[in-house]
Design a protein around this ligand. Structure first.
Ligand code: AMP
Length: 494
């Protein structure tokens, strides 16, 4: 079908974002801790970063394009952000959505006072809500889906901030982990299915036990904090300026559906997600892959960095030596979404290089976490052959990615997904491998510590592999009916 997702620009590249969020309250050096925490979450978004702080009277914000270190390493930057409460955000989006006005935390002066919000996830009915709000006179400042939350809170008639936020979130579909700051304190909350992660912790003794929220546990590690627990799916936690913590469950109880791709690719391997160390899950995925699709070769070679833990698991399970047959340059940015295929391909070549002496004359199996468009796999298979490998097999630590994610993981539009266009054998031909196999969905579930997938009520969100979207996708259905009215200003309709 020839459609452009309503959150895509005319080239089909998305304006949705991948993000990491961090917040701390009642800490002497809240902005500095936030900068450190965001640094540990940099892998969740490298294009822009922002921090907002509150000193009991005023809010202060600083945002910039680029990495955390480029924007927040100097003491002057932190000095601009005084106060005992701060929240920050790192984001990745494609060119069209990357302007400063979309950099979070978003901030607004509401009738009740300042309101800052940092959001990880994607609101899948943002365009519908936005067009309703615009129809009622709302003036939007950004093209970020998150801004609808601010307008919904601003226009809610409930008396308290928590009630207004809950009122707003009841209208919102999709995935959201949020950190909100108001003059009354901090609110952290996770959507009813808990699609995107959010954890709670405390700063160590020197931080006086200040309360911290972060996308991943690794952000707690870097500030010397302690993990308390996950913010539970559908839970809203309010922390007052007096340190009082209140947990609410305004959305009732639902079966959680955390994103399984956090385990496969997105989270850092040293984070704990959904009760399991991500590194251990990735290794177990590799072991399971070796059991399901063994390969008679001389070497197991990871596609670095994302394929490394799975390749270790594959090697240990199969008894085949693990070798770094590809070396990755750490000084090249993301190759995944670039404006054009040729930019992407040269990006892959600059990023990975064959360790020729190792692979020459060897039969190898390459392990990567996923195949999306097939750009990386094709280039790497070719690179291994040019380096003299006698056989090049490919094993993938996730099932075929055949569907778009509408919940905050960047995937290109569906027509660009290799697995949406072809079965495994044509994919093998496309990437020019001697054999190709993907882990089964049940194998993936078991490897991440779950039972086999319960198809009536899956334990994870695995929509990118199965197409089983756990929420309604109002904007998509609406787009089919009335595309023109649902397109962000300045972006072409399909
Ligand atoms: P592709 O070249 O389009 O097939 O992309 C596959 C490569 O992109 C793999 O090496 C993955 O590690 C990586 N990858 C998969 N999903 C994502 C994502 N959401 N963001 C960035 N990189 C990704």
């Amino acid at each position: 079908m020839n459609w452009t997702h309503p959150l895509c620009d005319s080239d089909g590249d998305k304006l949705r974002e991948e993000c990491g969020i961090f917040g701390v309250i009642n800490a002497a050096d809240a902005a500095a801790a936030t900068a450190l925490g965001l640094h540990a979450l940099q892998h969740r978004g490298q294009e822009a970063v922002g921090i907002t702080s509150f000193d009991g009277k005023e809010f202060f914000s600083r945002r910039g394009l680029g990495h955390v270190a480029e924007n927040f390493s100097g003491s002057e930057a932190i000095a601009e952000l005084p106060g005992f409460m701060a929240a920050g955000h790192v984001r990745y989006s494609t060119t069209g959505g990357a302007g400063l006005r979309n950099v979070q935390p978003l901030f607004a002066d509401l009738a009740s006072g300042g309101f800052a919000v940092a959001h990880n996830g994607n609101i899948s009915n943002a365009l519908t809500l936005r067009s309703e709000l615009v129809g009622r006179g709302a003036i939007f400042q950004s093209t970020s889906d998150t801004e609808v939350i601010i307008h919904l809170v601003a226009t809610s008639r409930y008396p308290t901030m928590v009630d207004r936020l809950v009122d707003a979130l009841r209208l919102v579909e999709g995935a959201y982990s949020l950190i909100v700051m108001t003059p009354e304190g901090m609110i952290a909350c996770r959507d009813p299915l808990g699609i995107r992660p959010l954890v709670m912790g405390r700063m160590g003794p020197e931080g006086n036990g200040a309360i911290v929220f972060a996308s991943e546990t690794v952000a707690l590690d870097v500030i010397g904090g302690e993990f308390t627990r996950e913010v539970e799916p559908g839970e809203l936690i309010r922390v007052g300026l007096d340190g009082q913590i209140e947990s609410l469950r305004p959305f009732g109880r639902h079966s959680p559906r955390p994103c399984i791709f956090e385990h496969v690719y997105f989270s850092r391997p040293d984070s704990v997600f959904a009760g399991r160390l991500v590194y251990a899950a990735r290794k177990a995925i590799g072991e399971q892959l070796a059991i399901e699709s063994p390969c008679d070769v001389d070497l197991v070679v990871p596609v670095p960095d994302s394929g490394v833990p799975a390749a270790l698991g594959f090697a240990q399970q199969s008894g085949i030596p693990f070798e770094l047959g590809i070396i990755r340059s750490h000084y090249v940015g993301r190759t995944f979404i670039q404006p054009s295929d040729s930019a992407r391909q040269s990006g892959v070549r600059r990023k990975h290089n064959a360790n020729r002496g190792l692979v020459e004359g060897k039969r190898i199996v390459l392990i990567d976490d996923s195949i999306v468009r097939g750009t990386t796999s094709l280039k790497i298979v070719e690179m291994m052959r040019e380096a003299g490998a006698s056989e090049v097999h490919f094993r993938v630590a996730s099932p075929p990615t055949a569907h778009c994610c509408y919940y905050g993981v960047d995937t290109p539009e569906r027509s660009k997904l290799l697995a949406a266009r072809m079965d495994v054998e044509p994919m093998r031909e496309f990437i020019k491998a001697d054999s190709l196999a993907f882990i089964s969905i049940d194998g993936l579930y078991r490897a991440v510590g779950s039972e086999a997938r319960n198809s009536a009520s899956p334990q994870f969100c695995d929509a990118c592999f199965t197409g089983a979207y756990p929420t309604s996708l109002t904007d998509l259905s609406a787009q089919a009916g009335d595309a023109a009215q649902l397109t962000f200003p300045g972006h072409k309709a399909a």
